[in-house]
Design a protein around this ligand. Structure first.
Ligand SMILES: [Zn+2]
Length: 379
């Protein structure tokens, strides 16, 4: 049961900066402003205390897929990511046939209503065959607004984001429809030019789905979607910082151009995250995971990641050399804001859910608290 506790002695990363020897008070499921008399104190001297991580793009973990798994599988996948610090997670689907996706949306929306996940992200089928990555080409379709509407309706208010290639017929109208319904239109798996991408952002697109991956590269005469998405203050860019999807220099370029307020550190994780090497499926396609890198069995395209957000955090600080506060912003606050849940999660402030992560001096995960209960007990 959630009890009152005072977490004392750690370096606490607050929205206003880092406090050494700070205290975070947890009363039941929430962060509180003052400690009840019966609160137990936990000494976390030598540790960091940061907000729980928010993953807005995640296909599964622990051997389970959010696209194909049973309810039990999905909950297991969600729990696997909680063990790695992700206390808020949007479940992403991959391309499937429309009826199957609508059915999946119904099932995922129930889990969202129960508070297990923070909503649904449809990645495909409205994406470009030229940039299909690990999506089945035969199931891809143009972004017809009526069909986009069908999917978001099937999610009963829990659709958070749709990734689409806005240069395809119906693309701009679909972006407008999503924006009107309060669903994030995310540009990704796209073959758009710079100009076409600018038009999509002007129509209401606000997220870049894993910037750089599954889109034309940054050219000096044809800057493509990357430049258009990076330069526009209205756009939040997702980055997969696993050392495989992006060259460290490309990561740095994007992070510093957009700034932590416009970067969301995502996993794009598939089943093998938190599980191990082997053979898996991403939708109908076979994926082989070797040394933690997931590739399609046929063709060898990168097929999602096996990243967890604790590793992304540690890498961003210790390998990329980013300030801890910027990493906290990009892994918690920024995704929470774009998802519209920053009033409840994404920072350590009184009144918010008691979701937090304890890290040691080397930024290795030592504890995870979700809604006031230890998922990983630091003791
Ligand atoms: Zn994905």
């Amino acid at each position: 049961m959630a009890t009152s506790k005072v977490l004392a002695g750690a370096r606490v990363v607050l929205p206003t900066g880092t406090v050494s020897g700070g205290r975070v008070i947890v009363d039941g499921t929430r962060i509180a402003g003052s400690a009840p008399a019966d609160a137990e104190t936990l000494d976390l001297t030598g540790h960091w205390l940061v907000p729980g991580f928010v993953d807005m793009h995640n296909h599964g973990g622990g051997g389970a897929s959010f696209t194909n798994g049973t309810v039990e599988d999905i909950l297991h996948g969600v729990h696997t990511h909680r063990l790695h610090g992700t206390t808020t997670l949007v479940a992403s689907t991959v391309t499937g046939d429309m009826d199957a996706l609508a059915q999946r949306a119904g099932l995922l929306s129930e889990l969202a209503e129960q508070g297990e996940i923070a909503g649904v992200h449809f990645e495909g089928p409205f994406i470009s065959p030229c940039r299909k990555g690990a999506h089945s080409e035969s199931l891809l379709r143009h972004p017809d607004p009526a069909e986009v509407r069908k999917l978001i309706d099937a999610a009963r208010g829990q659709a958070k984001m749709v990734t689409l290639a806005a240069e395809l017929p119906g693309g701009i109208d679909s972006v407008r429809l999503l924006a009107e319904h309060g669903v994030i239109a995310a540009i990704g798996h796209t073959d758009a030019t710079y100009e076409q991408t600018v038009a999509a952002v002007d129509a209401g697109a606000t997220v870049a789905t894993h910037l750089y991956n599954a889109m034309p590269g940054l050219g000096h005469r044809a800057p493509g979607p990357i430049a258009a998405l990076l330069e526009d203050e209205r756009v939040t860019v997702e980055l997969i910082d696993d050392g495989t999807h992006l060259h460290p220099a490309a990561f740095q370029l994007a992070f510093h151009r957009a700034g932590a307020d416009r970067v969301a550190l995502i996993t794009d994780a598939m089943d093998a995250a938190g599980f191990g090497d082997g053979t898996y499926h991403l939708g109908p396609l076979e994926v082989v995971v070797s040394e933690g890198v997931a590739r399609l069995a046929e063709g060898g395209a990168i097929a999602g990641s096996t990243l967890t957000q604790d590793r992304a955090f540690q890498r961003a600080v210790t390998v990329d050399g980013l300030p801890v506060e910027d990493v906290v912003t990009a892994i918690s606050a920024t995704p929470a804001k774009i998802l519209g849940v920053y009033d409840r999660v994404g920072s350590l402030e009184p009144g918010k859910d008691a979701d937090l992560v304890v890290l040691d001096a080397d930024f290795a995960l030592k504890g995870v608290l979700r809604k006031g209960e230890w998922v990983v007990d630091p003791k």
